[in-house]
Design a binder for this molecule. Structure first.
Ligand SMILES: [Zn+2]
Ligand SMILES: [Zn+2]
Length: 137
């Protein structure tokens, strides 16, 4: 099996080969995090959101870098607190997304309102994991 992982840089370009991946996640206990791009895309109006896990990957050349790994294996560079995601609208733009600050509140049901949200914080039963999931990549 080909283990090469496609990683997209913040310029939206694919970084060809990742030598190794999943070195670990910061914190370890809560591996999945929700990232939302601020506002609609200036090009196409779409909103973009992603659920993934922060991993450290080694680029060819030996440099370790943070990335957001989606469940399907897509990998997007994280730099300076932003994950650089391709616009969900397919317009080709790159969206800078920030991690949702989520607090689990089991008394507040997670519903369609949370899933259609796009703000930076969440307090409901999902703890942020579903916050903006209507706009999932
Ligand atoms: Zn767009
Ligand atoms: Zn929720």
């Amino acid at each position: 099996m080909d283990n090469a992982i496609k990683m997209f840089s913040k310029a939206g370009l694919m970084v060809a080969v990742i030598d190794a991946w999943f070195r670990g996640t910061r914190g370890g206990a809560a591996p999945d995090s929700r990232w939302n791009a601020k506002g609609p895309c200036k090009g196409c109006g779409a909103r973009t959101s992603a659920l993934g896990r922060r991993v450290q990957v080694k680029r060819s050349g030996g440099v370790w870098t943070w990335a957001l790994a989606l469940a399907d294996g897509r990998l997007f560079e994280i730099d300076n607190g932003y994950a650089f995601l391709p616009c969900r609208g397919g317009c080709g733009r790159v969206r800078a997304a920030t991690m949702v600050d989520g607090v689990v509140n089991s008394k507040k049901e997670c519903n369609a309102k949370c899933m259609a949200a796009h703000g930076p914080s969440c307090e409901c039963a999902c703890g942020g994991k579903m916050h903006g999931s209507s706009f999932n990549l």
